[in-house]
Design a protein around this ligand. Structure first.
Ligand code: FES
Ligand SMILES: [Fe+2]
Length: 376
């Protein structure tokens, strides 16, 4: 049977979904992992790159393979703002220009360049633009810039399944009742009614309940989740949650998550001392233990729970075999938008110009209800 669902999943080797993602700035690393002089090999959208921070503090992204004989530049040395290959010592300056090829002439060196990519740092993350055109508007999240909300905590976790399953899940509020069993903690026992609409920046899926509560999940195109979430430790507050789902390759991804917490050090310590989440997830998925056996206070429990449900669909879910229901309208909306934009790329027609309107707000009516239910 002919495939009727567009391929939102595959991003490698020039696939349309990869081309779509390349039209936007993508987070690729955490700023704190790169001290000046540090280089690392990273993989994004199925390709390897070398990322390093020069002595001037600027972070630089280059093609991974040395133009001489192809070893990874990440294994070499950062010298000043340049990178020198470990194999035969070819050195390229911060803009990618050949600077010093010890066994060759200066003329030869000046003719060979590295491909470099624009980078920016924001909210503790390093972003890069992989497209061929002028970089698009860089999404800003002023609510998360507000230091009065607490210290910035940026995290990145590797997840063993396709990025699009994770983005779809961002608009699936029903799973919070089963996969996480979060909602009863806030007195919200009723399953939500779901609706969704396209916006200037992407889309919003809306979960309402008869108690008057409303949770909005915003997608800033194409792969960012931005929303407010209740805090289990303090039912008088909502926290802002930013997440971006970036493919490493077709079957794994990096999930970047940023929020503001009371104390970064305390949160970092909790994360560092927690049992390895990947190992716990592996054991649950091998049915050696169940999710009920995982410490309920594990700081990454929601990620473990999501990985079991989403990874349980398979690394790339077969969307031809699904039966979507009325609660899946957010997922259907997301797919419609992606399908339309991917078609525009395939046909060479102009894509939609996305922007954040001046009056953007979370428009959440949830806190009042939670406070009321909890007698706050
Ligand atoms: S492969 Fe890099 S200098 Fe030879
Ligand atoms: Fe979840």
């Amino acid at each position: 049977m002919a495939n009727t669902v567009p391929d939102f999943a595959r991003v490698e080797n020039g696939a349309l979904a990869g081309k779509f993602l390349k039209k936007f700035w993508q987070p690729i690393a955490l700023s704190r992992d790169y001290d000046p002089g540090k280089a690392r090999r990273i993989q994004v959208l199925g390709e390897h790159f070398t990322l390093y921070r020069g002595e001037d503090g600027e972070i630089r992204l280059t093609q991974d393979r040395c133009p001489h004989r192809g070893t990874s530049l990440a294994y070499g040395w950062v010298e000043g703002n340049s990178i020198r290959c470990r194999y035969h010592g070819w050195k390229f300056d911060g803009a990618g220009k050949g600077e010093d090829f010890p066994a060759e002439t200066a003329t030869y060196a000046s003719r060979i360049c590295l491909k470099t990519y624009p980078t920016r740092e924001y909210l503790g993350m390093v972003f890069a633009y992989f497209g061929d055109e002028t970089p698009p508007t860089f999404w800003k999240f002023p609510e998360l810039e507000d230091e009065s909300r607490g210290e910035l905590l940026a995290q990145a976790v590797v997840l063993p399944y396709n990025h699009f399953q994770r983005i779809e899940n961002d608009h699936d509020e029903v799973h919070a009742h089963y996969t996480h069993n979060f909602m009863p903690m806030f007195g919200l026992t009723e399953l939500p009614k779901m609706s969704a609409r396209e916006t200037e920046y992407g889309m919003v899926s809306i979960a309402t309940r008869s108690d008057g509560s409303r949770f909005d999940s915003h997608c800033f195109m194409p792969n960012i989740l931005y929303r407010e979430v209740p805090i289990p430790q303090d039912t008088t507050k909502m926290a802002i949650h930013f997440a971006c789902r970036v493919p490493i390759d077709d079957v794994s991804m990096l999930s970047f998550m940023v929020n503001r917490v009371g104390s970064y050090d305390k949160e970092a310590e909790r994360l560092a001392s927690a049992e390895d989440y990947a190992e716990l997830t592996r054991r649950v998925m091998n049915c050696e233990i169940t999710l009920e056996d995982v410490d309920p206070a594990h700081p990454l429990l929601p990620i473990i729970q999501d990985t079991v449900s989403i990874g349980g669909q398979g690394a790339i879910v077969d969307r031809e075999q699904e039966n979507l229901g009325q609660s899946d309208v957010g997922i259907a909306m997301l797919r419609r938008i992606w399908a339309r934009e991917m078609k525009a790329i395939a046909e060479g027609t102009p894509p939609k110009q996305w922007y954040r309107p001046e009056d953007f707000s979370f428009s959440v009516r949830a806190l009042e209800v939670i406070q009321e239910v909890n007698g706050g």
